[in-house]
Design a protein around this ligand. Structure first.
Ligand code: ZN
Length: 153
C-alpha cells in the first residue's frame, strides 16, 4: 500500500528523537500501515478488539493512579504500579490531545507475566490500533496482552 503524505508525516513522528527519545518503531522496517494491519489480523485471531485491550489497560491505569504510592493488588491477581513522570506527550498521529507521562507496570500473579505501558500507548491502541513497532521499548504484543490481562474463560 502506498503511503500518503499524512502517513509519511506520522511515520516521521514515530522515529527516535522526533516526539520521544526512543521513538515508537524499534527495529521494525515495515511501513506503518503494515505494522497496524498485521496487528489487526492477530487481534481477530485472538478474538480481541483494540477497544477491549485499551479499556482493560485504562481500568488498571485508573486503579493504580488512584493508589498514589506503591503497588496495588487488583482482583487478587494483578499487581499494578503507576510511576508518574513530569511532562506530557502528544499523539504522534497528529491528534489534538495531551497524554500524561507515566509508566504503568502490571504483573499477573498467576502466570508471572509482567507488562508495562504508558497512557499514550492506551490512546494509540484505542484510536490507531498501534501497538508500536517490533523492538520498540513499549511494544505491546497482542498475544502477551491477552495472556496477561484477560482471564481464561
Ligand atoms: Zn491519536
Amino acid at each position: 500500500m502506498k503511503e500518503t503524505t499524512q502517513d509519511k508525516k506520522i511515520s516521521k513522528n514515530l522515529l527516535p528523537g522526533e516526539m520521544s527519545i526512543k521513538g515508537f518503531i524499534g527495529d521494525d522496517k515495515r511501513q506503518l500501515n503494515q505494522i497496524i494491519n498485521s496487528d489487526k489480523v492477530i487481534l481477530d485471531r485472538l478474538n480481541l478488539t483494540a477497544k477491549m485491550i485499551a479499556d482493560r489497560l485504562q481500568h488498571f491505569t485508573d486503579a493504580a493512579f488512584e493508589s498514589y504510592y506503591g503497588s496495588i493488588i487488583i482482583d487478587e491477581k494483578y499487581e499494578v504500579n503507576y510511576q508518574s513522570y513530569r511532562g506530557k506527550l502528544i499523539c504522534p498521529f497528529s491528534h489534538p490531545g495531551i497524554y500524561r507521562k507515566g509508566l504503568i507496570t502490571l504483573k499477573n500473579l498467576e502466570n508471572g507475566n509482567t507488562i508495562s505501558w504508558t497512557p499514550l500507548n492506551i490512546h494509540m491502541i484505542r484510536e490507531h490500533c498501534f501497538f508500536e513497532g517490533i523492538g520498540s521499548v513499549h511494544r505491546l504484543e497482542p498475544e502477551i496482552l491477552k495472556e496477561t490481562l484477560f482471564s481464561r474463560e
